[in-house]
Write a protein that binds this ligand. Structure first.
Ligand code: SER
Length: 890
């Protein structure tokens, strides 16, 4: 019988084979796992059977076969970074699998695999090309392969816990951190000696010569969160074979990207991009990524900033950047959907059904990313100019690319790795963490702290008209969340009165401050909030005692209210001015108005330039100087909307709303339109002139796509301007120039300093070269290899590379480890001659050193670099290094 050749025929042959062995065909499940929070995407054929393996979901069959859509991007099994760089990794792939639920186990599991792969009736693969691996201690599997199947023992490789922990092994498969798992046996295919790579278990195993084609897991345990392995109700089998890999073998090609399906997709991409298909890695990336993207969107994922949506966004952006590298100037990626449907639509009708929705979603994301891609690439190029192979890009730069230009970290890493540069991920994480904290603080204002206090009687708010009110009634007091009759001097608590002039936190404005006085005591109001329909005053009794049912006088601090009102009204003017300068799409995401400062958060995907900031300030101050009235009216919400009023973020409105109109009118489409018109329940100035002056003090990003402006008004602004003015005067006098010349002077000084640093660097290099010659005396021979280990004073991460280059040119076929020591910082560098990298890798040496010294680093097999802070154990670590190198060189 002739063997199947096309991918589609191989898929069918696989299903047919297992049907002939009494398996039930089960369709692929969605890429979005149902009811399984431990899993980001479906990443293996067994996912949909997880509960069945655990004995919790019996099925009416005990043998199953499937061809499953899988995505391995993000999550535990993540191949995204490898795509385009190896012959066999994909973000999306199809997994052919057969399963036994307490039916057959090792014996039949192995026999089926061998029959399907090698029998002439099925794939007929040459047995001499196949090798197998087993879990180190699995003698039973060894005997089945060796005695029953007849594989020579030198073709059966035992792999132990090679990933650094018990059961962390290439031959022990776990679905995630928890769930069904067990030892496995894998079949490898030898693509031939002309391809680089070694057998599993050798240092060259990552090459493309010996490729794993089939993994057969002997499911025996249910792994718990704490690492405990509980036995499964019945030993089972779960196998998986990548359709793309087996297709490559059947089609006599060495890489997955040469199989029918990928050749067609890459040809299509080349036509769309108007280039030749020369198997460029970027074309491979595009052909791979369109599959993951289209299938994910078909299964209901859309690009977003978190979870699955963020993985999808990362994959699309990576594809777009590779298209850009191949010269694409406009949206192109969405055009790949049609050729994909032509290839895979028959087997997966959901692609055909949702084709236009998939195209639209991709195109939208491409358009959005196009806005910042070019700018981000320019910034990255300038950050990279001074860096060389083996250097590190700062986490701050990577974060800026993420935050401002929408570059996911792995996208930046994809670009830097093309030049052998790694990213300081720890520093990136620090920035990310700081941003989360800022975002959390921004969100804090929505939290209802008063939920512990159960008061439902409505309070009358009279603060719009007045600052104080006499003869109000104290109706309830609370301490520590419990109702009480009295609050005594020194006690903190909550006071509730029937009518209040205190504005409760809301609409971005903080709660008001002041005093509530009774005949027996004074309660200082430190904050005011809402709880249900009640307004509650938090604070402390400063004098005497306050009791329930007393009458009281309530006074709001007038200058604090006036300052808050200025800031609140200025926030509205700022919002309107931002729409004028940046465009109508500026949407408010939050605000905070206190008496000291106003903050305004809004959705905008890049920093606001200083010229734009100045325009915004000028517009707001023009409105202030126009001294137009601030008009407050109550009206039905429909009428307000008709007038073009802006509704505020996070607010709930009733049918009647309070509308604030401010500033000069302009004529838009023949209608008078005030500068600002917004729904607002807050406290405001009477006329814009009351604000005095408006000054922006900062502009920053607080979350991806969210900017924050902070500004001051009135006397706060005057104070800020005076302080800045004072600082400039001090600088001018210290630099001994006139104020307008300060910037020029600083520039001259910076240029001079750069020149000096360069001179210093040249001198250090000269010294290093002289030092290099003397270091050669310390060369020792370890396991027949010349090894030089040396600490060098005054050398930092930048100057260690030239020193290394110098020594390496004088010391062939060697291992060189240098530890630079400057200003309390250690620079770690290792160079391993190409002829020695099979025995020891520079990256491993630097990682070992960094591990011992509490630093970080890594790199390639022949050169790697890292850093650490100097600690007391450095001497001991260096002394112990030759022995460690010897153990590696073996
Ligand atoms: N679950 C195993 C794997 O994904 C075999 O199907 O490799």
């Amino acid at each position: 019988m002739s063997q199947p050749f096309r991918s589609a025929d191989i898929r069918q042959a696989f299903l047919d084979f297992f049907v002939s062995k009494q398996h039930t065909v089960v369709s692929s499940s969605s890429l979005i796992p149902h009811n399984d929070p431990t899993l980001l995407f479906t990443n293996a054929g067994m996912n949909q059977f997880k509960e069945t393996f655990l004995g919790m979901e019996p099925r009416d069959y005990t043998r199953a076969v499937s061809s499953q859509k899988c995505v391995r991007a993000g999550g535990k099994h993540n191949d995204l970074d490898n795509v385009g760089y190896t012959a066999r990794h994909h973000t999306f792939f199809e997994m052919l699998g057969n399963f036994s639920f307490g039916d057959y186990f090792k014996q039949a599991g192995i026999a089926y695999i061998w029959e399907f792969l090698t029998s002439d009736e099925w794939l007929g693969i040459d047995k001499d090309r196949l090798y197998v691996t087993i879990y180190e201690t699995d003698d039973e599997a060894f005997d089945i392969w060796n005695k029953d199947i007849g594989i020579p023992s030198d073709r059966i490789i035992r792999i132990g816990d090679n990933k650094g922990a018990p059961y962390a092994s290439d031959n022990f498969w776990t679905m995630g951190d928890t769930g069904p798992c067990g030892p496995c046996t894998e079949v490898f295919y030898d693509h031939g000696p002309e391809i680089e790579g070694g057998l599993p278990g050798t240092p060259e195993e990552d090459g493309d010569r010996f490729i794993e084609i089939w993994n057969c897991v002997f499911m025996q345990f249910n792994r718990q969160k704490d690492g405990t392995m509980l036995p499964l109700p019945a030993p089972s089998v779960d196998t998986g074979m990548g359709l793309e890999r087996i297709s490559a073998i059947m089609q006599g090609v060495h890489g997955n990207y040469e199989i029918d399906l990928f050749v067609h997709l890459m040809d299509a991409a080349a036509v769309i991009l108007d280039i030749q298909n020369e198997q460029q890695s970027s074309l491979k990336v595009i052909a791979d990524h369109i599959r993951a993207v289209a299938f994910l969107i078909a299964d209901g994922v859309l690009p977003s900033n978190e979870g699955r949506g963020y993985v999808l966004r990362r994959v699309i952006r990576r594809a777009v950047r590779h298209g850009n590298k191949l010269g694409a100037e406009n949206e192109f990626f969405f055009k790949m959907v049609a050729p994909l449907v032509a290839e895979m639509g028959a087997a997966y009708p959901e692609l055909k059904d949702k084709q236009s929705a998939i195209e639209n979603a991709i195109k939208k994301e491409e358009t959005q990313f196009a806005k910042t891609l070019a700018q981000g690439l320019r910034l990255l190029a300038s950050e990279l100019t001074d860096l060389q192979d083996g250097d590190t890009l700062s986490g701050e730069a990577a974060f800026k690319l993420y935050d401002t230009y929408g570059f996911p970290l792995d996208l930046t890493a994809d670009i830097t790795r093309e030049r052998g540069i790694v990213i300081d991920e720890a520093e990136f994480d620090e920035h990310m963490q700081a941003q989360r904290t800022r975002a959390r603080d921004a969100g804090k204002f929505d939290v209802d702290y008063s939920s512990v206090i159960q008061v439902e009687s409505p309070t009358e708010f009279i603060g719009y008209e007045q600052l104080e009110e006499n003869n109000v009634n104290v109706i309830a007091l609370y301490q520590d969340g419990k109702s009480t009759e009295h609050l005594d001097e020194g006690m903190e608590g909550v006071v509730i009165i029937d009518r209040t002039p205190f504005y409760a936190e809301g609409g971005g404005q903080v709660g008001e401050l002041g005093e509530i006085r009774t005949t027996t005591g004074v309660f200082e109001v430190q904050d005011t909030k809402k709880s249900g329909q009640a307004i509650i005053h938090y604070g402390v009794v400063n004098m005497g005692r306050v009791s329930v049912q007393q009458t009281a006088d309530a006074h709001v601090l007038s200058d604090v209210r006036a300052a808050s009102a200025k800031n609140h009204s200025a926030t509205h003017l700022l919002h309107a001015a931002l729409k004028v300068v940046l465009g109508d799409e500026v949407a408010q995401k939050g605000s905070l108005v206190s008496s000291d400062v106003l903050r305004f958060d809004f959705a905008y995907d890049k920093p606001v330039s200083s010229a734009e900031i100045m325009r915004v300030e000028r517009l707001v101050n023009e409105q202030i100087q126009a001294n137009a009235p601030a008009c407050i009216e109550n009206m039905p919400i429909d009428e307000a909307m008709q007038k073009g009023a802006v509704a505020l973020f996070g607010e709930k409105y009733g049918s009647d709303v309070r509308v604030l109109t401010m500033g000069t009118d302009s004529i838009v489409d023949g209608q008078r339109k005030p500068f600002s018109i917004e729904l607002c329940g807050g406290l405001h100035v009477q006329r814009t002139g009351d604000i005095g002056v408006f000054k922006i003090v900062s502009e920053s990003g607080i979350a991806a796509g969210i900017r924050r402006i902070e500004a001051v008004t009135g006397m706060g602004a005057i104070k800020y301007i005076q302080q800045n003015d004072q600082q400039l005067s001090t600088l001018a006098s210290q630099l001994k120039v006139k104020r307008p010349e300060v910037a020029q002077r600083v520039q001259t000084m910076a240029d001079k300093q750069r020149d000096l640093e360069k001179q210093l660097e040249r001198l250090q290099q000269k010294m290093a070269s002289a030092q290099a010659a003397s270091l050669l005396d310390d060369v020792q021979t370890i396991a027949g290899t010349p090894v030089l280990i040396s600490m060098v004073e005054g050398i930092d991460g930048k100057s260690i590379r030239p020193l290394m280059d110098d020594i390496k040119s004088k010391l062939q076929d060697s291992v060189i480890v240098l530890v630079g020591d400057k200003d309390g910082q250690l620079a770690l560098a290792a160079n391993v001659a190409k002829s020695v990298t099979a025995r020891i890798k520079a990256g491993d040496i630097v990682r070992h050193l960094a591990g011992e010294l509490g630093g970080k680093g890594g790199g390639k097999p022949d050169y790697a670099q890292g850093g650490a802070s100097k600690t007391d154990n450095i001497g001991a670590v260096i002394t112990a290094l030759p022995a460690w190198i010897e153990s590696q060189l073996g």
